[in-house]
Design a protein around this ligand. Structure first.
Ligand code: UT7
Length: 327
């Protein structure tokens, strides 16, 4: 029998501290009404001093392993998708490997921003299909509050912290990963980026003074790209697998803005019930939005045996991608 990859467990973790929009009104010139109506966000969870990307990722991983009924020692590979790593190196995956005591696992990070979970799904699936691994933990984990400019109302209201994880196993019970498409366009890198702290602009007094260690975003440019890439991604992954929009039971999109999600649904001509949304609670947690949403959708009984589920994401890079799961 061929090796086919399956999602056998899901879990997530968010920090305890919840910040509502009124709290942000005290930090920048904004209003609850503006944030709700322009983004759909009502609250977000913000990391406290004891939280980090690895601590949230490890908690999500433990929850996913528990959900899958798998011991950490059975994990062969840990892949972490993040744009807010614990540090530049070693990888956040190595910190999580230690924390969950996955002593037999290889561990590495990937950088594909908000599309990171779909990229990790693609890599993990391929490793299972090729026979290189039997059980893989993929994690989208972020502490965006640590790179957001809390003086910039254009960005600070949008993001939150959190982590979501999935256990992928060979020929397991759960959501079969039928196919994944991933794409990029580096000419649009500056739609969302953080200029300081890398090899091009290493940390210095100048980079700190110029606020280069904060996330910079062109909201309007991204908005346009987002609606096109998510709708296209969903259509392509379905068509590639001989299905059409009517065969899709649930769309789980990256949660960046409710207006982007609704506009994607409109382009696809599907009803709001077929789209999973939780942005109001968590804001945009980048690589973590899709696994958190998928985990909640399963917990809420929105995914049942036989469901065709499509995951779509876009993000900095630019990157975008889509996955088809069959439960
Ligand atoms: O994971 C991927 C990451 N990010 C995204 O996908 C973001 C995609 N883009 C978006 O979601 C939207 O473009 C935003 C939510 C960022 C902005 O919404 P918009 O409808 O495109 O607003 P805008 O940028 O056109 O700004 C409209 C107005 C501006 O004022 P003026 O110039 O018209 O006077 C902004 O200065 O709203 C102002 N504004 C705010 N007002 C109150 C921007 N941010 C705020 C704010 N509170 N927080």
């Amino acid at each position: 029998m061929n090796n086919y990859p399956t999602i056998t467990g899901l879990g997530f973790a968010v920090p305890e501290d919840v910040w509502d929009n009124h709290r942000l009104e005290k930090l920048v010139d904004t209003t609850d009404d503006w944030i709700r109506s322009r983004t759909g966000i009502v609250t977000r969870h913000i990391a406290s001093k004891k939280d980090s990307t690895a601590s949230l990722g490890a908690e999500a991983a433990r929850n996913a392993l528990h959900n899958a009924g798998l011991d950490p020692l059975e994990i062969d590979v840990i892949i972490v998708a993040t744009m807010t790593p614990e540090m530049l190196f070693p990888s956040t995956a190595c910190f999580i490997q230690k924390s969950i005591e996955a002593k037999n696992a290889a561990a590495f990070d990937i950088s594909a921003a908000c599309t990171g979970f779909i990229y990790a799904l693609s890599i993990g699936s391929s490793m299972i299909t090729s026979g290189a691994a039997e059980n893989i933990l993929i994690i989208g984990a972020e502490t965006l509050s640590r790179i957001v400019d809390w003086e910039d109302r254009n960005t600070c209201v949008l993001f939150g912290d959190g982590a979501g994880a999935a256990v992928l196993s060979k020929n397991g019970k759960g959501g079969r990963i039928v196919d994944t498409i991933i794409r990029s366009d580096g000419s649009k890198a500056k739609l969302l980026y953080m200029p300081g702290g890398g090899s091009l602009h290493p940390a210095s007094e100048d980079t700190v003074r110029d606020r280069m260690h904060y996330l910079k975003m062109s909201g309007k440019g991204l908005y346009k790209e987002a609606t096109t890439s998510m709708a296209d991604g969903a259509v392509r992954i379905l068509e590639k697998n001989g299905l059409d929009i009517g065969d899709m039971d649930l769309l789980v999109p990256h949660q960046a803005n409710i207006r982007i999600i609704l506009s994607t649904a409109k382009k696809l001509d599907i009803s709001a019930e077929k789209v999973y949304v939780n942005i109001e609670k968590y804001g945009n947690t980048s690589a973590a939005t899709i696994p958190i949403a998928l985990s909640e959708a399963c917990d809420e009984g929105k995914i049942v045996n036989g469901s065709n589920v499509v995951l779509v994401g876009f993000g900095s890079g630019m990157t975008w991608g889509a996955s088809l799961l069959r439960y």
